[in-house]
Design a protein around this ligand. Structure first.
Ligand SMILES: C[S@@+](CC[C@H](N)C(=O)[O-])C[C@H]1O[C@@H](n2cnc3c(N)ncnc32)[C@H](O)[C@@H]1O
Length: 211
């Protein structure tokens, strides 16, 4: 794995994980479960609708559910487990690809109108390279929406995420956008009210910059 000098801005061992074995081991068994509750899932769908996410869309770190209230014209799901991805009823196409092993996305430049990543940004060990790549495959003006809650697989999440608060997670993902290439200024929001009972939902998104 090449060294990305941009990651030196983060504390030492920020991107280390308890389980450093290949992700293909951990994700080999299909998990046909929901990782957040119905209220948080609804908040994800509401945000996608609010941002008008439609057309050709990439769901990065996808599984068997993509949480769109209205299915995009063509949704491509990228994740680690073919059994999960093949059961995604909203996906028109899917691909197994480990972005921690190889951040280069298997898509041509400017081939998507939007991209989303739900409850998975905390597993990225090379996030700036992945965010560079998402910008590359988006058309100018296209949004990339990262949503997350406070639940995760602790052995696979990066140390920097496990050591920080919900509010700091919003800052971390905002920094991923700022320190990678091709993005307008990100927007970070708590999407469920502070009084919300159930899984909270947070989001950070930015639009692919016009050159
Ligand atoms: C907590 S699940 C979330 C799944 C789905 N986005 C959702 O909202 O339910 C984490 C997902 O990230 C994917 N993932 C984890 N590590 C990955 C990697 N290195 N490359 C690509 N996908 C990965 C897994 O396949 C898994 O489906």
């Amino acid at each position: 794995m090449g060294h990305d000098a941009r990651c030196d801005a983060f504390p030492a061992h920020f991107f280390a994980r308890q389980d450093e074995s290949p992700d293909s081991f951990f994700y080999a068994p299909p998990r046909l479960v929901t990782h957040i509750d119905d209220g948080a899932i609804a908040a994800v769908g509401d945000l996608y609708a609010e941002l008008g996410i439609t057309g050709e869309v990439l769901d990065l770190c996808s599984s068997w559910v993509s949480h769109f209230a209205a299915t995009p014209a063509r949704l491509v799901a990228l994740g680690m487990n073919h059994v999960e991805l093949a059961q995604n009823p909203q996906a028109a196409d899917w691909v197994v690809h480990d972005v921690n092993a190889d951040p280069a996305l298997p898509f041509t430049d400017a081939s998507f109108e939007a991209a989303v990543c739900c409850v998975s940004v905390d597993y990225l060990v090379r996030p700036l390279e992945v965010f560079d790549e998402v910008a590359r495959i988006l058309r100018p003006g296209g949004p990339f929406v990262c949503t997350f809650s406070n639940r995760l697989f602790p052995t696979k999440a990066i140390r920097g995420w496990l050591m920080t608060s919900d509010e700091e997670h919003l800052q971390i993902v905002s920094e991923y956008f700022r320190r990678s290439t091709g993005w307008d200024e990100p927007i970070a929001q708590r999407r469920t009210p502070p009084t919300h009972v159930g899984d909270p939902l947070f989001a950070v998104w930015a639009h692919r910059a016009h050159e």
